[in-house]
Design a protein around this ligand. Sequence first.
Ligand code: PLP
Length: 358
Amino acid sequence: MDVYPKLVIDLEAIASNTEKVAQMCHQRGIELVAVTKLVLADSTIAKTMRFSGADKLGDSRMKNIVKLREGGVPGPYQLLRIPMKSELGLVVRFVDEVLVSMPETAYELDALAGYYQRNLQVIYMVDVGDLREGVWFEKAVNEILDVARKLKNVRLVGIGTNVGCYGGVLPTVENMNILLNIKRELENQLDYELKVSGGSTVALKLLEDGTLPQGINQFRVGEGIILGTDATGDRDIPYLSQDTVVLEAEVVEVDYKPSVPYGELGKDAFGRTPVFEDRGWRRRVILAVGEQDVKPDGLKPLEKGLKVLHASSDHLIVDVTDSEREFKVGDIIRFRMSYGCALRAFTSPYVEKEFKRI
Ligand SMILES: *Cc1c(COP(=O)(O)O)cnc(C)c1O
């Protein structure tokens, strides 16, 4: 029995994307951390990425890392989200490399690592302008030096940054050089070499252009590998496949209706005020999928002539007037998804997952 909505996942395409990104990284001495948070740390996808050239697996959630590790998916594992105080015990036992941005977090991890006799590597995050996590770059050298010198059981192995997440700041030669200058100052004082974890999918552009400064030697990539897209850079990555994950949803109503509602208007179910353009009567379908499963504005129909109009919790309305296809109840419509939409679909308990048969 087919169950809908469902995600059809092409492991071959994900493997091939991983291989391509890994090759680009390895050619320039960059370690690749493949990021699993977008796919709810699905262990089949995680294994595929790890065995297709990724050097490590990264996730933002301890639950995901514990699940993968206990499911026998080989690490090493990097924790991407700066940890909560309440999860440090788990971090020390299950993680190999952790991103931090607070001295007190580093000290507490240090104490726990001593207690559990675990080797843990710490990367200190620097904010080069995006305004999410990390010590502000102008204060970074002092703070990081102080932390590195106080650690006894864990080792500060490098610095890292995140861009394109809050401020939408793009990775550039300039902000990568800010990071590299901090690295050099730290190395002079510490007398050992530091890693530089330079970014995510959006930073692949610098690798392609050949403009990435020497010395950035770790990339953490999720979206590019899994969807072949770059949301921050607003592009399909030309040498990667976008046919990796497809959402399939089922038609439950086919009808002609006016394009403007009839009656007195309030807000929609989510407090939004919808706007309507009068286009006369339209042919439309309702799909059994909604805000609980997807982000409707991130759905990209795979066939021509379809326009997603709106979704409430459980119903998605699609205008099919411009399509040549005859729709009937029970038909399946297929979509590609944006990052945000795929994130919601993978994390929704209502969406089935199936691996494409070859
Ligand atoms: C999610 C995340 C990444 C991966 O980002 P993509 O855009 O999916 O490549 C990298 N670093 C951190 C800190 C993250 O949280």
